[in-house]
Design a protein around this ligand. Structure first.
Ligand SMILES: *Cc1c(COP(=O)(O)O)cnc(C)c1O
Length: 424
């Protein structure tokens, strides 16, 4: 659900007309709804009210410091995957004590920074990494709290690029070898293996893979305790899907009901890492129609947003709904067309073979469900400044990230003296 609705014949973000935002801030433009973000966070949090838990928002889905601060105010922590994300989190005022650090390729610098900041724990993805964290912690005179990320070999039935819990995945450690990893961890002087981590993928729209993974994780916690390992945290990752089109994913409550029966008597603090389900439907990308174009085979509508602004359709063949900002446009005759951007790539589209009303120059469109894996994946490809991000709350709005300018595009570049005209 979300608070982008038609009122008086036009699309509103909460109490603000989207057309007004486009006029005052230009397009393309990311718009987030405060009320939607808060509601999603609270609904998710409340679903786990019966057990000790911590919601660590997966900030790779949306890392604007205003959004991070908002969740922090609601009691949340962060799931991070890089030092840059930890830096952002700290700038946003999030306590490192509520931060968990995942990712297969943590460098020594990243590990040291996280240890110095005192994060809650590392989610460790390999034995090599475990030994390295021990070594870095030893040099700093610290003990590193870790959860070992196991790979439960559960098929989440999602897009292969976002399935992570299968044996062939680069993530995690095969669950059959987990016990050996904990034994190895117990021998390392600077490691406290206090948790178990298990994340199986993203945009999962059924409960059964989560229930299956939770069952395997619970069994493992019992087995580990039986060997004397002091497991205090169980991190079940993120991955709950949302409705982009006609998916009917479990609600946070149904998700909780699917996994809690096997987890609630484990006597652990449950850590959850939702990203998409919190931020996805809380944002839209607003774009303007530039041109139409037709040949015998196809109809194209060219818009001012491209794959550099929102890459999900190009990268994962993701479907995102397209809503005209002016409601009356919906009544126009409909045609199948490709909605394409200005980027010089054939893969540059935001909607493919989509039945849309006839569109005219300057019509405004909202690309829905763009709040997660939207702006964060934007690039400057084709030397396009990245769009601004604006947060709407009731009838007011605040630009939480300015539109980039042309100076931003060449920041840090220079011409060496050995090229004629260069300054060195
Ligand atoms: C990406 C990721 C998440 C968040 O996934 P969503 O589908 O956005 O909920 C959580 N945990 C880990 C380890 C991840 O890699």
């Amino acid at each position: 659900m979300h608070f982008f609705e038609y009122k008086n014949g036009e699309l509103y973000a909460e109490g603000v007309p989207v057309a007004r935002l486009a006029e005052e801030l230009g397009t393309p433009l990311y718009v987030y709804s405060h009320k939607t973000l808060v509601r999603h966070f609270k609904v998710f949090n409340e679903a786990f009210a019966d057990v000790p838990h911590l919601i660590c928002f997966a900030m790779k889905s949306n890392s604007n410091i205003a959004i991070l601060r908002l969740f922090s105010e609601l009691g949340g922590g962060l799931d991070i995957v890089s030092q840059g994300e930890l830096y952002r989190g700290i700038k946003a005022g999030v306590s490192p004590k509520k931060v968990v650090f995942a990712g297969v390729g943590k460098t020594d610098d990243e590990i040291a920074y996280a240890l110095e900041q005192g994060i809650l724990m590392f989610n460790v993805e390999s034995e090599d990494e475990l030994r390295n964290i021990d070594a870095v912690a030893g040099r700093l005179g610290k003990t590193a709290p870790v959860a070992i990320r196991v790979n439960p070999d559960v098929n989440p039935e999602t897009h292969p690029y976002i399935a992570t819990g299968l044996k062939k995945s680069k993530f995690g450690i095969d669950i059959a070898r987990a016990m050996a990893q904990y034994r190895a961890a117990a021998e390392l002087p600077n490691i406290d293996a206090c948790g178990l981590h298990c994340h199986i993928g993203s945009q999962i729209t059924q409960s059964s893979p989560f229930a299956e993974a939770a069952g395997k994780a619970a069994d493992l916690v019992h087995a580990l305790r039986g060997e004397g390992h002091d497991i205090r945290y169980l991190n079940v990752g993120g991955g709950l899907g949302i409705t982009y089109h006609d998916e009917v994913p479990p609600s946070p409550k149904e998700y909780a009901e699917a996994i809690l029966p096997v987890l609630k008597d484990l006597d652990v603090t449950l850590v959850l890492e939702p990203g998409r389900v919190i931020a996805g439907n809380a944002g839209i990308l607003v774009t303007k129609v530039l041109y139409g174009k037709e040949n015998e085979e196809k109809r194209f509508t060219i818009i001012d947003a491209g794959m550099n602004d929102l890459i999900r359709p190009s990268l994962y063949h993701a479907f995102q709904e397209v809503w005209p900002v002016e409601e009356a446009v919906r009544q126009r005759p409909r045609h199948v067309c490709d909605l394409v951007g200005p980027i010089c790539e054939s893969g540059d589209y935001l909607a493919k073979d989509r039945e849309l009303p006839e569109l005219e120059r300057d019509d405004l469109l909202a690309i829905m469900s763009a709040g997660a894996y939207g702006f964060v994946m934007a690039s400057n490809y084709n030397s396009r400044p990245r769009p601004p991000e604006v947060l709407v709350r009731d009838g007011e709005y605040h630009v939480i990230r300015e539109r980039e300018n042309f100076e931003d595009l060449i920041r840090g570049e220079s011409i060496p003296a050995f090229i004629s005209g260069g300054a060195g």
